[in-house]
Design a protein around this ligand. Sequence first.
Ligand SMILES: [Zn+2]
Length: 159
Amino acid sequence: MGWTKPIEWVRDGDCFRSTNHSFSTCGYPMMQRDGHGHGIARHILKHRLGELPPSVQARHTCDHKWCIRPDHIISGTNAENMKDKIGRIVYRRGESHGNAKLSDQNVTEIQHLLSLGEKSQSKIAILFGIDRTMVSRIKRGVHRRQPKMLSSPQYINQQ
Ligand SMILES: [Zn+2]
């Protein structure tokens, strides 16, 4: 497997940012191959580890999903990725009081969707790109204070 087009990048802090690739709607840098878009992070991981089962995903140790620095990309499961995401959302909420990825308006929207009862918690979670447990917490009204979720040492250190 080779690169169809060389990846050009610039340093951005400690990370590498691609300058000649587009990004997916989720913010991941993508490459075109066989007429399909492939995540560059996953491609880098495959390059290192060989063929990956679908359950294995690329994760970023630096938390920058746009980053393509190979040693910032590690393998993980979907569940681990979700845990990262939840950790980030909760951490940012705690730190910035409202400038979190999940805005107060998002929370209101989620509460509204829950009250309608037409969509399952899992569906709502997918719509907002969060874990179902987060939806469940919003339903119970305890999404604002969850120190228990800060299980990853890197978040604890930043406090
Ligand atoms: Zn990085």
